[in-house]
Design a protein around this ligand. Sequence first.
Ligand SMILES: C[S@@+](CC[C@H](N)C(=O)[O-])C[C@H]1O[C@@H](n2cnc3c(N)ncnc32)[C@H](O)[C@@H]1O
Length: 312
Amino acid sequence: MHSVARVSDEVRDREQAAPLPPRALALRAGVPDPADVIASYRAVGRDSRTTILQLLGSDGVAFSFEGARVLDFGCGSGKVMRHFLPEAEVCELWGCDIDARSVDWINAELDPPLHAFTNREAPPLEQPSESFDLVWSVSVFTHLTDHWAGWLAELHRVLRPGGLAIISFLGGAMYEVWTGASWDPDRIGMTVLDHGQDWELGGPTVFHSPWWLREHWGRAFEIVQMREGSAPREHGLVLLRSRSDVEVTPALLERIDPAREPREVAALRQQVRLLQGESARLRAQRDALARADARRLPRRVAGRLGQIRRRH
Ligand SMILES: C[S@@+](CC[C@H](N)C(=O)[O-])C[C@H]1O[C@@H](n2cnc3c(N)ncnc32)[C@H](O)[C@@H]1O
C-alpha cells in the first residue's frame, strides 16, 4: 500500500511543480477564499487528499492504489487529482466532468499521469461495468438535483463489487451558514435550493441529512463511515462500499417509504416551505424590476418624442 507518510514530500513537490489552471477554471470549481483564488484552490485540494486517505485508512478497508483504476467524478480542473500525482504513476487515475474546458485543460497540462474525459449531464458514463476500484466525488452530489439517483446508480455500475466510493455532502455545518436558519436534521432529507441555477453561477445547492443518506444511498452501498462537517462551511464525507446483493436502479434509490422512515414526510414539507420562500423572493425581485422599468418608460418615451420633434 502507498503510505501517506512515504509519499507526502513527493506529493507536495509534484503538486507544486504541476501547471495551475486559469483563474476562471479554478473559480468554477469553487474555492472558499475568492480573494486568493489559486492559494485557496491548492489548499482545499490538499485537504481533500488528506481526508480521502484518512477514509481509505479506516478499519476494515484495505485499499491499495497499486494497479487500481480510480475515478474522480466531477473532477473540474483537477483540484483534488493534482494532489495524487505520485499515486497516478502506479494506478490509472481518471477524472470526468460535464465541463469540456476543464477536461481539455487536464488532458493538455496534466496528462500524463492524469487522464480525463467529458460526460453528459445525465448518465451513462462511457465506461465498462465493474471497471473501477475507487470513485471519489467532491462537491458534486452537493449540486446534483434531478439526476442524483441516476448518477449514484451509475457509479455503482462502474464500481467493481465491493469497490469503494467517497462522496462529499452538505449537512448542518453549511446549512446554517447558507440559509441563516437552524439545522433540524429531522426536517431535512435531501433538500434542494436554487434548483435550475446555472453552473456558471454555482449551480443548485443540495443538503443531505445523515439519516436520509443511510436510508437512500444505503440501498446501493454499505455505509462504511460517515463524517459530518462540524466547523462552519465544512462538508460531510461518506465512505461507501458497493453492495453486490441488490439490483440498483434510480427508482430503488429514490423510493420514499414513510412507513419505514416517518421523517420523509416532515422533510418533504420543509422542502415545500423552502421552495415557497424562494418563489416569494423571486416574485418580489420580478415585481421590483417591473416597477423600476415602468418608472423609466415614460422618461424613455418622452426622450424619444423629443428626438423625433427635433428631427422634423
Ligand atoms: C463545485 S465543482 C467541484 C469540482 C471538483 N470536484 C473539485 O473538488 O474541485 C462541481 C463540479 O461538478 C461538475 N458536474 C456537475 N454535474 C456533473 C455531472 N452530471 N457529471 C459530471 N460532473 C458534473 C461541474 O461541472 C463542476 O466541475
